[in-house]
Design a protein around this ligand. Structure first.
Ligand SMILES: [Zn+2]
Length: 564
């Protein structure tokens, strides 16, 4: 879901609604905060979904193709992965450790790299079943495959909802699933039965479903644990799906949220529109854009079900693709059609094409072919044209967008490493290692005398802020107490201006008990990092943890969990 993918998908959405299209908006594009993340991995300039999942779910960058293990583990190196110091937990494990719930929803196999990043520790993303581990001459009893880990290991075996595709990874080669796909396991295990037996042994309610009707029935009276595997491999593309058997991503998301919301302490849910990537790999641009619109619908459903007051929603991509949105096409032109411009030989080219992939056409007499005259032009499976012939289009190295809504959404602005994402989410949710918003006010520096009964000048604030915002120290400012809305807002606004002029990272720390403060912060806040070093007008601040040293607070944030 590269930035050009978003622009093209929103245009298609608008055009489906009989608008020119360019002015349309995907659901998450309305979120109040946007940022960008850098997606490279430790050994890769252009990432795959395994190392990026480890970054945005576990908070550590690692090697291409590796899941849940630090960069000390080279890909396919089973023995290196046995060293537990290389193991890293995901934000789902952090949530579970705090007695919250967790779940995964995807349109890919639930064992595919992105969802596997939520629960698996694997030196190779391809080890989705035991046969794949053996293919690399490794012992699946030593390095367990990803499906096995989901069913038998924490945190996967704690997930209240697991919804997606991939039945074949759970079934033995001797069995064929409900829709005719043979199992791939060579260890004779039926992991769907294992999953059910595990729930029986824990005396909890559970249900396994494999089609949409069963899912909708299960949703009537949700069991404690729900496993839905709707395809042998990945789920079908939305535009090609059998609507009788395949739920939409929005439906899956709604049911997952309803299930997880039963935990009053909260939950972590991973939702993936995983087939945007697959359609791009095949240069099937209409499918890629439609899957992006489906992702938008799922986010819209989540935003409708979850309160902005207490639920943080973060939408991002693992990496970009090499789809180009190009040419000087006129406003409102078919986003899936040709540019209004032609090439130097007067041959049409498409507004959307790709740098590489299977859609290569050999040139004839040194000229490009006119793809608009092809018999299947503009059909769903028509491939866009490309420059470099490859059997699969590649990922892109571009930064990807982050959209955030809900508590602490402001922290997600700016350009930062992808591995910061789970730390920011965990800070807002008060789970996992590191600081939490619930007790971040551990170091309070009173500046009341400066501010008493008046709004300080920008120069006064700059002097005060320079004093604290030195080196790598992060600065926070609290706007507290009984000021009138107008006075407080003026203070916050001036502080914001001052901090921006200093180019420091800071957070305004509101009294979480006062909605009025939160509103002001939302309006003026340009907040970033979770350390509090300064507090303005702190008379009523609630300090929930004892003071810690400045040394602790000054640790660069992105070093918190880097173990490589
Ligand atoms: Zn991909």
């Amino acid at each position: 879901m590269s930035v050009p993918t978003l622009a093209a998908a929103r245009t298609l959405l608008g055009q489906r609604n009989n608008q020119p299209g360019e002015e349309a908006q995907l659901a998450f594009e309305a979120f109040p905060t946007i940022g960008l993340t850098k997606t490279y991995c430790v050994d890769a300039q252009i990432a795959d979904s395994a190392c990026t999942a480890t970054a945005y779910l576990c908070g550590v960058k690692n090697n291409y193709g590796v899941l849940g293990l630090t960069a000390a583990v080279p890909r396919r190196n089973c023995s290196a992965s046995l060293d537990t110091s290389t193991h890293i937990d995901s934000i789902a494990a952090w949530a579970l450790a705090d007695e919250r719930d967790a779940g995964i929803v995807t349109t890919t196999r639930v064992t595919h790299a992105s969802p596997a990043g939520v629960y698996a520790k694997s030196a190779n993303r391809n080890w989705e079943n035991d046969a794949k581990v053996r293919e690399d001459n490794q012992d699946p009893n030593t390095c367990q495959d990803i499906a096995y880990q989901l069913v038998h290991s924490s945190p996967g075996n704690q997930f209240k909802v697991i919804l997606g595709g991939g039945r074949r990874e759970f079934l033995p080669t001797t069995s064929i699933d409900e829709e005719g796909t043979p199992g791939l396991r060579t260890d004779g295990r039926n992991l769907i039965e294992d999953w059910q037996n595990d729930k029986i042994s824990r005396n909890v309610t559970y249900q396994y479903v494999w089609n949409r009707d069963q899912l909708m029935n299960a949703a009537e009276t949700l069991p404690d644990y729900l496993l839905g595997l709707f395809e042998g491999s990945h789920m079908q593309y939305n535009l090609e799906a059998n609507v009788q058997t395949e739920p939409t991503l929005a439906e899956l998301t709604e049911i997952a949220i309803r299930s997880l919301s039963r935990n009053e302490k909260g939950f972590f849910l991973f939702v993936e529109g995983g087939r945007i990537d697959h359609a791009h790999h095949d240069n099937l641009v209409e499918l890629a854009l439609d899957e992006t619109i489906e992702m938008s619908a799922a986010v819209a459903k989540a935003a409708e079900l979850l309160s902005e007051e207490d639920s943080l929603i973060v939408v991002t991509a693992d990496h970009a693709h090499v789809m180009a949105f190009n040419g000087y096409t006129k406003r409102g032109s078919d986003i899936l059609g040709p540019s209004d411009q032609r090439d130097e030989s007067n041959i049409p080219y498409m507004t959307i094409s790709y740098t590489n992939g299977p859609g290569f056409r050999s040139h004839v007499n040194n000229t490009r072919v006119d793809v608009t005259s092809e018999s299947n032009f503009r059909q769903l499976r028509w491939m866009s044209h490309v420059d470099v012939p490859l059997d699969s289009e590649t990922h892109g190295g571009d930064d990807v967008a982050v959209f955030a809504r809900g508590p602490q959404h402001q922290m997600f602005s700016g350009l930062y490493e992808q591995s910061q994402l789970p730390h920011l989410m965990a800070y807002a949710a008060c789970i996992g290692p590191g600081l939490h918003v619930c007790n971040a006010a551990s170091q309070i520096v009173q500046m009341q005398s400066l501010l008493k009964n008046s709004v300080p000048s920008i120069n006064q604030l700059l002097i005060a802020l320079r004093h604290y915002a030195t080196g790598s120290h992060l600065l926070a400012v609290a706007d507290m107490g009984g000021d009138s809305l107008t006075t407080s807002s003026r203070i916050v606004k001036k502080v914001s201006q001052a901090v921006v002029s200093l180019r420091r990272e800071f957070i305004i720390f509101p009294d979480t008990n006062r909605d009025q403060d939160r509103v002001k912060i939302e309006f003026y806040g340009i907040t970033r990092f979770p350390n509090v070093l300064g507090c303005i007008d702190c008379t009523n601040i609630k300090i929930q943890s004892p003071a810690s040293s400045l040394d602790t607070l000054s640790q660069p944030y992105n070093k918190w969990r880097t173990k490589i």
